[in-house]
Structure formats: structure tokens, C-alpha cells
Design a protein around this ligand. Structure first.
Ligand code: PA5
Length: 442
């Protein structure tokens, strides 16, 4: 289960303020639980860990088994934002960082940018391998994945013929509407549904996350079990509820101490994409109406040699939330060297993880001395179970936290602004008036 430690904030905050914000977070907990807050038609994610039918997991496994039986060894997962970050986070965390297991389907991601070089290099790989594709878009109209899909689809159809290509394509989209839904129905693609009441950034435990994670060879039943157990643990309305504590403290640091930036810190590169997923979850949920904590992320000790300087010594705008992993699943012991030219014999016999833990502790003390409050969110190890738990924890805490801030966590009005300009500049039909206007500005 996810644990929260607020000890690294105690020298910064007054007990009375913490009590006040705990009260606000408990009220927000009620709003989330009674489903009476803004955006309450997007709360389907809350029960996914206990609602997901076995048949859905079996369907995901059927795609994997079918593709493997055809010798398919590459799945291009096309999507952007909430339609890829959860899956990418899980796959990066669970995969061996250097070696792909024999016989596994390699999962790569596309449609999350408009870089021509990215797409060209992706196609270099697709042409070398026996490829299939999962295209994910809830709205079914997002430009970045649509462009990537058009290119991958065209290649698959040329190489295998239209009918066989259709068997190598799975669509995950709305049950009824959108261009992708129309295309999938017309072309006869296998399809999965993104539930109406689950927004993109809360969708990792729907087929949006589950199918790519299954294709990559991981156990989503255990992930859902971790999320279900975490849900159970967060259901109690108490001051000890870790999601309530996290939401209370981050709002206090923001509103009372003016800490406008939250830096999610990990000491394990496997969690780099946890930072990306979390940034979207909190940034897109809370950054509205001129309010919100700016979510940033770093990977230590790597970034201690770059961003560490700013965090220690720059403008005091931030607090840190450290994702603490209690146990490394692998052991590497530092050896002894008779010559000791590198002067490292004082570490002989110690595990590398011990050095990492001491770096973590030393950094915590230094950053607190430097004026950076520190929250800690702990899991026992990096595996499917704990990933399910941490996904659920951050989603639930996000709902509470945004309600404390007085924000609807489940909409994203701000993401439309760039799209309108881009469509006008690309001369998309229907945007003629905006095109005229925008051309005057540049
Ligand atoms: O969280 C969100 O709603 C967004 O990040 C979406 O996931 C993202 O914009 C992709 O949208 P779609 O799945 O409709 O292509």
C-alpha cells in the first residue's frame, strides 16, 4: 500500500495550518465520495479496479496471443496525453531496461508528437519487424495520433493487403462517436471502448492502459488488485488517510507558503515516466482559472548534477514529493580492490542500493536545510501490484486536491487554444475565419 510521510514538512508548517487544511481535504473527500462535485460525470475511474470484468482482460490477452501466433514482434501504440502516458509509465517501470525478453512483443509509442524525424525513424523500425498497431483516441479526432495512424496504416495495408492489415490493427475509442470509431467500424478493426465517464488522464486502468501493458507481457490482474486494495485503503474518511494527508499538505504549501511548484522526485530511472504520467494528471486537472501547482519532475541522483543546484539554492518556489521505493528487486554489491586507486574501498561489500538510500537521505536533509519542504510517498517495490496502487493513490488524491483548490479536476478547457491556432494555420476546412485573423498576427 502507498504510505505518505509528511515529516519533511514539519519545520515549515504550523500545526494549526495543517489541521485547517486536513479539514478542507476531508470536506473535499466527502465531495469526491458523494459524487456531488464539479465534473462528477467523470468519476468512472473510481471503481475501475473492482468493476473491470475478467472478460475484458481475456480479450486483451486474446489479441496478444493472436498476434504472437502470427509472429508479430512489434506493437506500435499510437496515442497522446492520457491515451499513452499511463501505459508508457507502466511498461517503462516493469521492463528490463536493456534486454527485451525472447519471444516478447516490443511495444513502442507514436502519435504523441508531430516530429517528422520521430515518425520516419519509427517507420525504419516498423519495416524491419513484423508489426501491428494499437490506435488510441477517446475523442477519435486528435491530430497527432491521426497523422501517425494514417502513416502506419498505409504501410501495413501496402505490405499485407487491406484485410490482413485490419487484423493487425486494434482501435481503442469512444463507443459511439468520432472519426476513429467510424473508421474502425468501416474497416472491421477489433475495438475496445474508453468508457464515457473516464477522462484520458484517469484511463490507465481501462483498455487504454491495459491492452498495451498486456501486449508488453505484464500482469494486469495483479495491477488491478493493487489498485483495488489501494482503493479499499483510501475509502476511510480519517485524518490518517494518506490521500487526504497528501492533498492537505500540498494545498497548504501552495496557499499558505506560496510554494507554486511541486517536483516529483524519483531515485530510480524506471520511474521516469511515472513523473510524466503524474505531471499530466496534476497539471491538466488543477492548472485552471489562474490557479494550480506547477508539476515538475526530476530523476535523482542523475538530476542532482543538473537541477540539483536550482532546487538547493535557487528561487524558493518549490516543494518536493519523493516517490520512495523501499526495496530494490535486484542486488549489486560493490567489490573490494586491493589497489583502491579509485578510493572506493570504504564502500566494499555494500549494495549500490545502500549508496542510493544514503544519497536520498543526504539530499532530503540538504534540501530541507535549503528551504524545500519534502513529502514522501512510498511503495514497497516496483511491480505490477504497487503500480496499480500508486496509480489509484495519485488519481484519488488528485480529485481531493483539486476540490480543495476549488477546481473541476475532470475537464481541460485550456488544451483547445493551441489546436484552434494550429488548425487555422494548417487551413483545416471550417477554420477559414480564424486563418484570416491569425495571418494578420504573424
Ligand atoms: O486527459 C486528457 O483528457 C487528454 O490528455 C487526452 O487524453 C489527450 O488529449 C488525448 O485525447 P484523445 O484520447 O481524445 O485523443
Amino acid at each position: 500500500m502507498v504510505k505518505v510521510n509528511l515529516g519533511g514538512c514539519s519545520s515549515f508548517v504550523k500545526e494549526s495550518d495543517y489541521k485547517l487544511y486536513l479539514g478542507k481535504a476531508l470536506d473535499a473527500f466527502d465531495v469526491l465520495e458523494s459524487e456531488t462535485g464539479a465534473g462528477n460525470d467523470f468519476l468512472g475511474w473510481k471503481t475501475l479496479p473492482i468493476d473491470t470484468p475478467e472478460s475484458l482482460i481475456a480479450e486483451c490477452e486474446a489479441v496478444r496471443d493472436d498476434w504472437k501466433s502470427q509472429g508479430i514482434d512489434l506493437a506500435v501504440v499510437i496515442g497522446i496525453g492520457g491515451s499513452y502516458l499511463g501505459a508508457r509509465c507502466a511498461i517503462e517501470a516493469l521492463s528490463h531496461q536493456f534486454i527485451s525478453p525472447e519471444g516478447a512483443i516490443k511495444v513502442v509509442f507514436a502519435g504523441n508528437n508531430l516530429s517528422e524525424e520521430y515518425l520516419a525513424e519509427l517507420m525504419d523500425l516498423v519495416k524491419q519487424r513484423n508489426a501491428a498497431c494499437v490506435v488510441i483516441s477517446k475523442s477519435g479526432t486528435t491530430t497527432e495520433p491521426a497523422v501517425a495512424f494514417r502513416i502506419v496504416k498505409e504501410y501495413l495495408e501496402k505490405k499485407y493487403g487491406k484485410e490482413a492489415a485490419a487484423n493487425r490493427i486494434v482501435a481503442i475509442t469512444d463507443a459511439h462517436k468520432g472519426a476513429l470509431k467510424t473508421l474502425a467500424t468501416q474497416e472491421g478493426y477489433r475495438s475496445f471502448v474508453v468508457p464515457d465517464n473516464v477522462g484520458g488522464r484517469f484511463s490507465v486502468l481501462t483498455p487504454v492502459g491495459l491492452l498495451p501493458i498486456v501486449l508488453a507481457g505484464f500482469d494486469v490482474r495483479t495491477m488491478l488488485k493493487g489498485a483495488a486494495d489501494e482503493r479499499e485503503a483510501l475509502l476511510s474518511k480519517t485524518e490518517e488517510n494518506p490521500a487526504v494527508q497528501y492533498a492537505a499538505m500540498r494545498n497548504l504549501l501552495y496557499s499558505v507558503l506560496g510554494k507554486k511548484v511541486e517536483v516529483l522526485v524519483s531515485y530510480n530511472p524506471k520511474f521516469q515516466y511515472l513523473g510524466e504520467w503524474w505531471k499530466q494528471l496534476y497539471g491538466e486537472s488543477e492548472g485552471k482559472e489562474g490557479k494550480g501547482i506547477f508539476p515538475a519532475s526530476v530523476n535523482f541522483t542523475t538530476d542532482l548534477h543538473s537541477m540539483g543546484q536550482f532546487i538547493q539554492d535557487g528561487d524558493r518556489v518549490m516543494f518536493e514529493t519523493v516517490v520512495n521505493v523501499e526495496k530494490s528487486r535486484r542486488e549489486v554489491v560493490i567489490g573490494s580492490d586491493p589497489q583502491n586507486l579509485d578510493q572506493l574501498n570504504y564502500l566494499a561489500g555494500k549494495r549500490v542500493e545502500h549508496c542510493n538510500a544514503m544519497a536520498q537521505l543526504g539530499t532530503k536533509l540538504a534540501h530541507i536545510d535549503g528551504g524545500v519542504p519534502q513529502l514522501e510517498v512510498s511503495v514497497s517495490q516496483i511491480d505490477e501490484y504497487n503500480l496499480g496502487a500508486i496509480f489509484y493513490f495519485f488519481e484519488f488524491a488528485c480529485g481531493i486536491s483539486a476540490y480543495v483548490l476549488g477546481i473541476n479536476p475532470f475537464n481541460q478547457p485550456g488544451v483547445e487554444a493551441y489546436k484552434k491556432n494550429m488548425f487555422a494555420l494548417l487551413r483545416k476546412p471550417g477554420y477559414e475565419a480564424q486563418t484570416e485573423e491569425i495571418l494578420k498576427r504573424i
